[in-house]
Write a protein that binds this ligand. Structure first.
Ligand SMILES: Nc1ncnc2c1ncn2[C@@H]1O[C@H](COP(=O)(O)OP(=O)(O)OP(=O)(O)O)[C@@H](O)[C@H]1O
Length: 273
């Protein structure tokens, strides 16, 4: 679905943020992008939709090249990439429904959306999507009256209303508590599976990435130093990505988390929760 070939980015400041990165993400795959601060994760995501202009390399979405496209063609291609942000990027004074419908902006034209005259089909789809993300009871609430988790659900619904081929997700859980973070990651992954959607998730929380993503790509100083399954993130690999550190605690917490998660699932199945 997404093919990145030899992507490089050198900012005007001289920072060499990406050094010839090549990755392919097939439809339906959720890929977590991890790495220390400054490794180039945000730059990579932003080069894919060309919010940042790559210095070199090529990006293809479903076989169509994104790099080198003029503004009209780029706008059309961007509609097929749903962005989900750390800070949700909602319009505070608009309702949940209005925020979600703004995902249709690229389709319905500026004046129609300015006067909030959305086609019935889009409104119906927005209701269905809001039901899927668990916000049907909040459609008329203003965005500024929502919790962090609810706000991120609005962000997800808005991205889905574009009918994207891929989700580009930048730190979706950075402002959320641990339980809500899991719920949001679970929701994103379930939706990707249901819709055969690819996703790249830029995430700092390694245990969370391991718990939910099918594939982990580790960036260090603009280069891929790991690309494989979550189980392959050994202490040695983590050290290669992040540098020397004692990983025992993180891994221990990991298996404890898994145990309690499994217990909770069993209790849920037994109808106890
Ligand atoms: N607009 C910019 N102008 C100049 N340099 C930049 C710009 N944005 C990022 N950089 C530099 O590019 C490198 C990669 O930054 P980037 O934000 O992509 O890393 P990151 O892995 O996303 O970090 P973080 O996890 O802290 O968000 C860093 O050295 C950063 O200072």
């Amino acid at each position: 679905m997404l093919k990145i070939q030899g992507l490089s980015k050198r900012y005007k400041t001289g920072d060499h943020a990406l050094k010839g990165v090549s990755i392919e993400v097939p439809a339906g795959q959720v890929m977590a992008l991890i790495g220390p601060s400054g490794a180039g994760k945000s730059t990579l995501i932003r080069c894919v939709n060309r919010l940042v202009e790559p210095t070199d390399g090529h990006v293809f979405l479903a076989g169509e090249e994104i790099t080198g496209k003029g503004s009209g063609a780029l706008r059309r291609l961007r509609r097929r990439m749903g962005m989900i942000f750390q800070e949700y990027a909602l319009v505070e004074r608009l309702t949940v429904m209005e925020n979600v419908l703004s995902g249709q902006l690229g389709y319905v034209g500026f004046w129609r959306s300015y006067f909030r005259r959305f086609p019935q089909e889009a409104v119906d789809q927005a209701f269905q999507t809001l039901e899927r993300v668990g916000l049907l009871d909040h459609v008329d609430k203003r965005a500024d009256a929502l919790s962090g988790g609810q706000r991120q659900r609005v962000g997800i619904a808005r991205a889905l209303l574009q009918n994207p081929d891929i989700l580009l997700v930048d730190e979706p859980t950075a402002s959320l508590d641990p339980k809500t973070s899991r719920q949001i990651m679970r929701l994103i992954c379930e939706i990707c599976a249901e819709r055969d959607l690819a996703a790249i998730i830029n995430i700092h929380d390694v245990p969370l990435a391991q718990m939910f993503a099918q594939r982990i790509v580790g960036l260090r100083a603009g280069e891929i130093v790991y690309d494989g399954p979550p189980e392959g993130l050994t202490d040695a690999v983590l050290t290669e990505i992040y540098g020397e550190e004692d990983w025992t605690l993180a891994n221990q917490r990991d298996s404890e988390d898994e145990d309690s998660e499994q217990r909770l699932d069993e209790e849920r199945l037994a109808g106890a929760v």
